[in-house]
Design a protein around this ligand. Structure first.
Ligand code: JBK
Length: 235
């Protein structure tokens, strides 16, 4: 089996430099994954290498032209046997969550399209949706305004790549973890608070139960804390 491949297309390829750091960087060095960043500008034509134009129908800002995107994506998807998932980062997309991360972590080849300005001419999405070997997803990381999709792609890549076998040194099985996510009986709780040494710091003590050595009591306390924190978030 080939290692999963991740392509990112952007007019700011330098934005993706964090991918060479830490666990994600190590995963590439170990060939557990392959990441490739493509400069959209390499597929722009003409003296000015323009990648955008004014919007039909009027309005503020610029829209990214379809042809450089299609050329770039075509250049990354030339295997007739390949199956490709094109991920378009847009605030109009489906909200990214952990369940989506598990699903995307099973794919052989993801291509992230990071638009700038007022987004990418929508026909790019339509065009690749019509191809038999492409799945196109529009994904948002949240309801706030970013300058482009690059940071969103970084967020999603980190969430996916840490799930790939060998990247973290898989503790429990991913299968099990992803099932508990979709399990109705396992309500989604946030983490309990964590503490480390020293036991007294700036006049603040670590909760005494955590120093008790009573593992049953500790588990019960942590569950209570998780539930209280989760309830507080829904207020
Ligand atoms: C946002 O993925 N997003 O959430 C996103 C992508 C591109 C621009 C944006 O403003 N929110």
């Amino acid at each position: 089996m080939n290692s999963p491949r991740f392509d990112v297309i952007s007019i700011f390829p330098e934005y993706m430099q964090p991918l060479s750091l830490s666990l994600v960087g190590k995963a590439q060095e170990k060939s557990l994954i392959e990441i490739n960043v493509t400069d959209l500008r390499d597929f722009a034509e003409g003296l000015h290498k323009s990648v955008d134009d004014t919007p039909y129908g009027g309005g503020a800002g610029m829209v990214m032209s379809p042809e450089p995107w299609a050329q770039a994506i075509d250049s990354l998807s030339d295997d007739p046997e390949g199956n490709y998932e094109l991920i378009v980062l847009t605030p109009a997309g489906k909200k990214f969550d952990q369940a989506m991360a598990y699903e995307l972590a099973t794919k052989e080849h993801l291509i992230f399209a990071c638009g700038r300005y007022e987004g990418i001419d929508y026909r790019v999405t339509e065009h690749f949706r019509s191809k038999r070997n492409f799945t196109v997803r529009e994904i948002s990381i949240g309801d706030y305004v970013l300058n482009g999709g690059e940071v969103a792609a970084l967020v999603i890549l980190e969430a996916i790549i840490r799930l790939i076998p060998g990247v973290i040194g898989n503790p429990a099985s991913l299968e099990e973890e992803s099932h508990s996510l979709s399990d109705e009986s396992a309500e989604q709780l946030v983490e309990y608070p964590s503490y480390t040494k020293p036991a007294m710091w700036r006049e603040l003590e670590v909760p005494s139960v955590l120093l008790s050595g009573n593992h049953g009591e500790i588990a019960r306390w942590r569950m209570e804390q998780s539930k209280a924190r989760t309830k507080k978030l829904s207020e």
